[in-house]
Design a protein. Structure first.
Length: 397
């Protein structure tokens, strides 16, 4: 039997009695990642011969050698045998659910390129941009949690604990060709891998090059993304090239034409916008969404704020950023209100039918995606739905 592990916090009391090694490892991981437990366990609390101070230090160690990683001093023969069993498990045994998920992707013969990665790593954006440039079809998963168990499994599988993205390609064009690990997203950077080399790898894997992916350098109308920056202004939260193309962090992707002075205070930030009033500025998707959600609190500002839509990337209309539309630093925002106000104002800015239809196409693609169910048949979008229905688009971009 596995000796009891007890973490005495305000509401946490976990006992592991007679459980298998995989469950034990999962529970140990949960304890390690429970910051509240680390912070509140009394200094005198004993955890299997381990006091709370050691617990706070040891449980945060990522080592899979439980005895060494935790300084665990359980003396029973069963405990020693269990710990040795955990140490000797292979990656598939330690993360069985994650292993099954990857096998499911790899067993699908129609999948030719796979991309898995932590969204906060620039490596993911690099790979996505390269694949978008080449219209390469790929599938996979991206996650926000830096402690993702899927990432831990892939790091173990490839014996590469430093990578946060993982790209796989079929080794040849046969239906069930084996998969080859092609490296992380950085390996696909344009300074490392040429377009010709990428095309050759895709052709060898028999990957389709007919998929359109949202691209950070294309705006919401489907044309080249313009700069938000004006002149030599360096304080507008844009990237080095002057565009609102940040893909991680706050995700500054909404270019505002004339920023209201109250924008930052009304979105629960410091008063920084007072010094940017009336100027172009890249603001975060979540901040825009919250400002429009709470429009009744600052009616004049919400009425007059105007996005510069040719400088807003089409990526704002992807499921990846739905979380940003729904929340801003813990303050709930209405994805319906935020999106509707953006689309309506972008439609007002353009008379060109092709551009208006490009905007319609991109919004509808998000609206009909499986991840955006709240956008489907929503009464709050009735005004926008009516306007879009009047846009008679004979062809798509």
């Amino acid at each position: 039997m596995f000796r009891s592990l007890l973490c005495k916090c305000c509401f946490l009391s976990l006992q592991l009695l007679g459980i298998g090694s995989e469950e034990a490892l999962s529970a140990l991981t949960a304890l390690r990642e429970d910051d509240e437990c680390h912070q509140r366990a009394p200094e005198g609390t004993e955890v299997c011969g381990l006091n709370a101070l050691q617990l706070r230090q040891g449980l945060k160690d990522d080592s899979l050698d439980v005895r060494t990683g935790l300084g665990l001093h359980c003396q029973s023969a069963q405990d020693s045998e269990l710990i040795a069993g955990i140490r000797d498990q292979n990656c598939d045994q330690r993360w069985p659910n994650e292993a099954r998920l990857i096998r499911k992707y790899m067993r699908n013969s129609s999948n030719r390129i796979l991309l898995f990665g932590w969204m906060q790593c620039p490596c993911v954006g690099i790979a996505q941009s390269r694949f978008a440039d080449a219209n390469l079809c790929y599938v996979g998963r991206q996650w926000e949690n830096p402690r993702s168990t899927l990432m831990k499994y892939l790091q173990c599988r490839e014996n590469d604990p430093q990578s946060h993205s993982f790209i796989y390609l079929r080794s040849d064009s046969s239906e069930n060709a084996i998969w080859s690990f092609a490296g992380n997203g950085f390996a696909f950077g344009d300074k490392i891998m040429s377009s010709a080399s990428l095309s050759n790898k895709a052709a060898k894997a028999d990957a389709s090059m007919e998929c359109h992916h949202a691209h950070i350098n294309v705006n919401v109308y489907g044309t080249q993304l313009e700069e938000c920056r004006v002149g030599k202004d360096v304080a507008g939260s844009w990237q080095d090239d002057g565009t609102c193309s940040e893909q991680i962090g706050g995700v500054h992707q909404i270019c505002i034409e004339k920023l209201p002075s109250d924008f930052s205070k009304q979105t629960h930030q410091s008063a920084w916008s007072e010094t940017r009033a009336g100027k172009r500025h890249c603001v975060c998707i979540g901040a825009w969404s919250l400002y429009m959600t709470d429009a009744s609190k600052h009616a004049d500002g919400a009425k007059n704020i105007m996005p510069h839509c040719r400088a807003i990337p089409e990526t704002v209309f992807t499921p990846r950023y739905l979380r940003n539309w729904r929340d801003w630093n813990g303050y709930p925002a209405s994805v319906l209100r935020g999106l509707q106000d953006l689309v309506m104002r972008c439609l007002e800015q353009e008379d060109d039918v092709k551009l208006r239809c490009g905007l319609k196409e991109r919004f509808l693609k998000l609206q009909h995606s499986p991840e955006a169910k709240e956008l489907q048949h929503a009464d709050q979008l009735s005004a926008l739905d009516s306007v879009l229905a009047e846009e008679h688009c004979l062809s798509h971009n």
